[in-house]
Design a protein around this ligand. Structure first.
Ligand SMILES: Cc1cc2nc3c(=O)[nH]c(=O)nc-3n(C[C@H](O)[C@H](O)[C@H](O)COP(=O)(O)OP(=O)(O)OC[C@H]3O[C@@H](n4cnc5c(N)ncnc54)[C@H](O)[C@@H]3O)c2cc1C
Length: 386
């Protein structure tokens, strides 16, 4: 069921598949049974190899020494990394192209280029308990104080904060009746972890709640101008929603392969389980939905490469995130069913994906929020604008 990809995308697809198979997949069960954590030498080796292969430079402009890959190639890469559980592919930082438009040269030197070299990692602090999905209603504030800003607010679910060197912190600007994004170094006085809950998946990356209390940062830490923050966050969302689609396709492909292999080898009533029509229907539905998902994910990537209208891209990324994340959850559910009791064991890939894929329907905007974005766009711009 291959989609015809460009030569560049095929190369990255192959590179990422070999990396996932050799460096990541063999360590899944070990990670699962050890709170997501791998021995330090393995973690370092995996990151080193990812940097050597250029994974940290795929979305960096050539003008800054990056590879500036097409989105099609980036999707091809992330689809293969999505085959692996326990977020083992999160072992390298990911500078994104919009950061080079958003940040000053000094910020790029200090924060973004070190990510490309694998020396620093970021984390994103947007969500708050009150506004939740409604990020336009954020309550955190950045108040001007001479040449500085004072940041206040509580941020929930800050993914990878336990590995991050700095935060992207989104806040309202009460004095300027606006909002903005800030770069804030970990360890700045006034930042405190107030909770570090356990979540369904078993990842080394945590999602703590942070209190920012009178955190003083120079005004030069503001990213872009007042009022730009939400547009930068939307760029981040588009990228992440597309890559959730890519990873979900990879996960679904692996689940179908593993469930099929099991069904071919499991003998029931003297014949392979795969001969039962009930099992065949589950596989047929899964592969059909995966094919549709891959077509729409690669089409959205090519829409970005063509530079289609950004509003069209925005709604397409939402459609990908909505449809493909829900597809992968259905496939994982069927895979668990095909494996039977074995599919409920944590050392089984279907069990792990069944838990792990669930959050793809929640983070980067829930399925309901994606539907709102899609519906609003349709009603405003009509079918031709989608
Ligand atoms: C593991 C994990 C990691 C995360 N990592 C990050 C991170 O790194 N940085 C970050 O900033 N955030 C992060 N998040 C937060 C995530 O983006 C939010 O959880 C998500 O956007 C939903 O917000 P909420 O949890 O406040 O849910 P709520 O907004 O409280 O929503 C609750 C329910 O109401 C529905 N709902 C809300 N509004 C509407 C509406 N208008 N119409 C219909 N239904 C609606 C939702 O779809 C959902 O079903 C993470 C979350 C999780 C679980």
């Amino acid at each position: 069921m291959d989609i015809v990809l460009s030569k560049e995308a095929q190369t990255w697809q192959k590179t990422a598949r070999e990396y996932a198979d050799e460096f990541l997949q063999p360590h899944e069960v070990e990670a699962e049974l050890n709170d997501g954590v791998l021995p330090e030498d393995i973690t370092k080796r995996n990151k080193r190899r990812a940097v050597e292969l250029g994974f940290t430079a795929i979305d960096v402009p050539k003008s800054h020494g990056g590879l500036e890959l097409s989105m099609e190639s980036q999707v091809a890469l992330w689809e293969q990394l999505g085959r692996v559980t326990n977020a083992l592919s999160w072992c390298f930082p990911e500078p994104q192209s919009w950061m080079f438009d958003a940040c000053s040269e000094a910020q790029i030197e200090k924060y973004i280029l070190p990510m490309m070299r694998g020396e620093q990692k970021d984390c994103y602090a947007i969500t708050e308990s009150g506004p939740g999905s409604d990020i336009a209603g954020l309550e955190a504030t950045a108040t001007r104080d001479g040449d500085d800003y004072l940041l206040n607010g509580e941020k929930w679910y800050v993914t990878s904060a336990n590995f991050a060197d700095y935060f992207w912190f989104q806040a309202g600007l009460p004095d300027e009746d606006d909002e903005a994004l800030f770069l804030v170094d970990q360890g700045t006085h006034g930042i405190e972890i107030v909770a570090n809950p356990k979540f369904s998946h078993t990842y080394a990356a945590h999602h703590p709640t942070y209190l920012f209390e009178n955190v003083r940062v120079p005004a030069s830490q503001r990213v872009g101008n007042a009022g730009d923050g939400m547009a930068f966050t939307h760029s981040w969302f588009r990228h992440e929603r597309l890559m959730i689609g890519a990873r979900s396709c990879g996960a679904a492909a692996r689940l179908i392969e593993e469930a099929m292999s099991f069904a071919n080898n499991r003998i029931i009533d003297g014949a392979p389980l795969s001969e039962k029509q009930a099992i065949q229907f589950m596989l047929a539905d899964s592969v059909t939905e995966l094919h549709a998902s891959r077509l729409m994910t690669y089409d959205a990537a090519r829409s970005a490469d063509r530079g289609d209208d950004v509003k069209t891209q925005h709604s397409r990324c939402s459609m990908v995130k909505l449809y493909v994340s829900e597809m992968a959850n259905r496939v994982a559910d069927r895979a668990v069913q095909i494996f039977g009791g074995r599919g409920y064991m944590r050392e089984n890939v279907a069990e792990r994906f069944f838990r792990e894929l669930r959050v793809d329907r929640i983070w980067e905007g829930t399925s309901e929020v994606q539907r709102l974005i899609i519906a609003r766009s349709l009603l405003k711009r009509g079918l031709d604008g989608m």
